[in-house]
Design a protein around this ligand. Sequence first.
Ligand code: MN
Length: 497
Amino acid sequence: MFQYKDLEIWFSAGSQHLYGPETLRQVSANTQAVADFLNKAGLPVKLVFKPIVTTPDEITALCREANYAANCIGVITWLHTFSPAKMWIAGLSILEKPLLQLHTQFNEVIPWDSMDMDFMNLNQTAHGGREFGFIGARMRKPLSVVTGYWKNKKVQEKVAIWMRVAAALHAEKHLKVARFGDNMREVAVTEGNKVSAQLKFGYSVNTHAVGDLVGVISSITQGEIDALINEYEESYTLAPCTQVNGEKRQNVIEAARIELGIKKFLEQGKFGAFTNTFEDLYGMKQLPGIASQRLMQQGYGFGPEGDWKTSALIHVFKFMAKGLPGGTSLMEDYTYDFTQGNELVVGAHMLEICPSIAEGKPLLDVQHLGIGGKDDPVRLRFSAKPGPAINASLIDIGNRFRLITNELETVKQPHPLPKLPVACAVWKAKPSLDVSVEAWCAAGAAHHSAYTQALTMDYIRLYARLHHIELLEVNENTDITQFQKEILWNEVAYANS
Ligand code: MN
């Protein structure tokens, strides 16, 4: 998997030769100073200063080199002076990486007493940036614009969001999703066109025989298993039946072997995400529970029942959110509490919820699972931290991909679930349970989603925009009548996306 520290974003100012060499020298020095400052400001990806570009050929060369530089994940430009935008057409038409216009000024405040025409020749963002905006719009480029003084924290936060989304797009383009088994039989929403997904998002999705995975699981040594069980004992509270000499201890040993085997398989094949299905576990003793949970926590995408779209989305969200507070997990709408005025959704899955969203120390437990016909699987039990979160579901609507989000407020689990041994999150859906569900179903969103406490809609909107995929948002302001019209209109707006 990629590391943020290995990635870079190129930073260059656009100008022209109208103002003489002294102005260009100053533009260059200022751009370098801004890059140096921002690199010390704690942004997630480093900025690499590139010489200013002043002619169509220089601009085109910059864009061409950015395309071919393996670690360059995007370009930031600053129209410090006016840079006539027809000069940018050739370059922008080939640029394949995300582009941000930093609409800033070297000076924060206007020097009212000293400002003269030399100052105006040097500092032209207010109009130069708008000329650049026009060509972005004219070329239908998904240009991002961040406006404000470069030392301002809010400006840096917006740049950081863009950087993280650009980094996630880069990781997504190189993502390999391994599928163990096909989709759960007869399930519709987890299906989709894998070629279309690769064309749109860049990731590949391929099937690998469960027997090959079982071969790797069988190769795990007792020493490796012992070390992992030590880690379990340090990280979790162990239910009595799972402790040394407990009646289910052997299940824990087997679960550790499965976790190590899946991880080894994923590492050997450089996979960043995987799926499995309880209908195809041939040769495995348990459905992987704790394995999927812990691998998600390490950044792997996971989708149950062959759900490769959710698996890939979880990996992408996790990569975007690396180092941010709050977790990201697979989620499934499990059941409702229809108490009037306090309607709740319980989100869970039969095993595979990521402990990155947990409040407190998870309980490692072994309990019977009514489907799959295998040994009782090991799972981590916990409830999710209260606070705001988002559910996101990616579906294949036939001629395109559609992303649907629902903002929600996770609440403290009101009652224990002594007889339902799963990890769960309990939330209030926005704007209300009924409107949320009616909108979700009208949009065709799945019962599986990527649940994230770490990302805000700013990240997800930018992700959708850079991919030019349809995004339907269910939130505090959702009106169901309007939402249904939006679905209808989007048939035209996204017909060729
Ligand atoms: Mn499911």
